[in-house]
Design a protein around this ligand. Structure first.
Ligand code: 3EB
Length: 308
C-alpha cells in the first residue's frame, strides 16, 4: 500500500475527497458530511482531519459502531450519549470493539481517541477518568495485553456522552514507549485501581501515531497549573519519544488540547517554536486526564528519508 492512513489537516470548509475512511470535525462546524464532530471548540484556526482511504471504501454498522473499511484498515466510531455510568460504558465500548475487530479481521488496534464529559469529577478512585480506566482495563485485560495496546487520547468535553473513534489494521504496528515516562500501563496505584491501558506511540510503517502527551515525567505531574512550563515539558516528552522511535520525524497532524482558553495563545506559540510556524496544528479546548494538567499534545508523524 502506498501511503496508508495519511491523515491531512484541511480547512474547516474543505470538500472531502471522493474516497475517504473518515473525516472528523471539532466544535461548531456547520456541515453534515463528517463522520464525527467532537464537542471541542477550536481556539485557533479551525480545521477537519481527513483520513484518505486506500482502495474502495465500504461502510457498515456492527457491535454498536459505525464503521468504514478499505483494503487494509478499519475506521470505527461510537457515540454513547447515555453513558452516565462511565465505568460500565467504557467496558461495554471496549468489549464491543474487541468483538468488532475479531469479526472484521482487523485484529490490530493502532490508535484510539476517547472523549467524555466531567472527566475529573469525583474524588480518589471514584473520579470519572479513573473509573473509565477501570472499565477499559476490565475489557482489555488478557495475557500480555500491555504489549499490544494502541496509542490513545482521552480528553474531557463539556457535552454529555462518551464518544470514541479509531483505526485498526490487518497488520500490526510496533509499540513505542517513552524513556522519560513510566509506561501508563505501569503507573503506580496512586493514580487509580487500574492503570491506563495505552501505549505512548504506535509505529505503523513510516508513520508514527503519538498518544496524548502531557507534562508527566516518570509518573508525576510537573509544573501543576502552569501551562507555559507544561508546554515545554510535554515537548521534551515528545522529543524523547521521537528519539526512541528512531529516525527523523515530520509532523503531519498535531492536536494541542488546552484546558483554559486564556492559555491557548502562549501554548500554541511554544508548540510552533518547536514545530515551525506552518506546522499542521489544531488547538482545541478540552480537559486533560489529571487535575493540574493544563495542556496536552498528540500527533501523527512521518519518518523522513535518511540522507544518502
Ligand atoms: C498521561 O500521560 C496523560 O487514558 O488513554 C494521555 C493519553 C492520557 C491517553 C488514556 C491518558 C490516556 O497519563 C493522560
Amino acid at each position: 500500500m502506498p501511503d496508508p492512513l495519511a491523515v491531512r489537516l484541511l480547512p474547516a470548509d474543505a470538500a472531502l475527497p471522493a474516497s475517504h475512511l473518515a473525516a472528523i470535525g471539532f466544535g461548531a462546524v456547520g456541515r453534515d458530511d463528517l463522520d464525527l464532530v467532537l464537542p471541542l471548540p477550536p481556539l485557533a484556526t479551525p480545521g477537519i482531519e481527513v483520513w484518505p482511504a486506500s482502495g474502495v471504501v465500504r461502510r457498515f454498522q456492527a457491535q454498536g459502531y459505525d464503521c468504514a473499511v478499505d483494503d487494509e484498515h478499519l475506521f470505527f466510531r461510537r457515540i454513547d450519549i447515555a453513558a452516565s455510568d462511565i465505568e460500565a460504558a467504557a467496558e461495554r465500548a471496549y468489549r464491543d470493539l474487541l468483538a468488532l475487530i475479531g469479526q472484521t479481521g482487523h485484529g490490530e488496534l493502532l490508535r484510539i481517541w476517547t472523549y467524555f464529559d466531567e472527566l475529573t469529577v469525583g474524588e480518589g478512585d471514584d473520579e470519572r477518568y479513573r473509573r473509565f480506566c477501570l472499565g477499559r482495563h476490565r475489557a482489555l485485560a488478557a495475557p500480555d495485553f500491555e504489549r499490544r495496546l494502541p496509542a490513545a487520547t482521552v480528553i474531557g468535553t463539556r457535552e454529555p456522552g462518551l464518544q470514541l473513534y479509531g483505526f485498526a489494521s490487518r497488520r500490526a504496528g510496533v509499540q513505542i514507549e517513552n524513556p522519560r515516562q513510566v509506561s501508563a500501563f505501569n503507573y503506580p496505584r496512586q493514580y487509580g485501581l487500574r492503570s491506563p491501558s495505552f501505549s505512548r506511540a504506535t509505529r505503523y510503517g513510516d508513520r508514527l501515531f503519538v498518544s496524548g502527551t502531557a507534562a508527566i515525567v516518570g509518573h508525576e505531574t510537573r509544573h501543576a497549573y502552569d501551562a507555559g512550563a507544561q508546554a515545554h515539558e510535554m515537548l521534551a516528552n515528545i522529543d524523547a519519544l521521537l528519539a526512541q522511535a528512531g529516525g527523523d520525524w515530520r509532523a503531519r497532524l498535531l492536536k494541542l488540547y488546552v484546558h483554559d482558553r486564556a492559555d491557548a495563545q502562549d501554548a500554541q506559540a511554544i508548540v510552533r517554536e518547536r514545530f515551525g510556524a506552518g506546522a499542521p496544528l489544531l488547538v482545541l479546548n478540552g480537559e486533560v486526564c489529571r487535575r493540574g494538567l493544563m495542556v496536552e499534545i498528540e500527533g501523527v508523524f512521518d519518518v523522513l528519508p535518511v540522507e544518502a
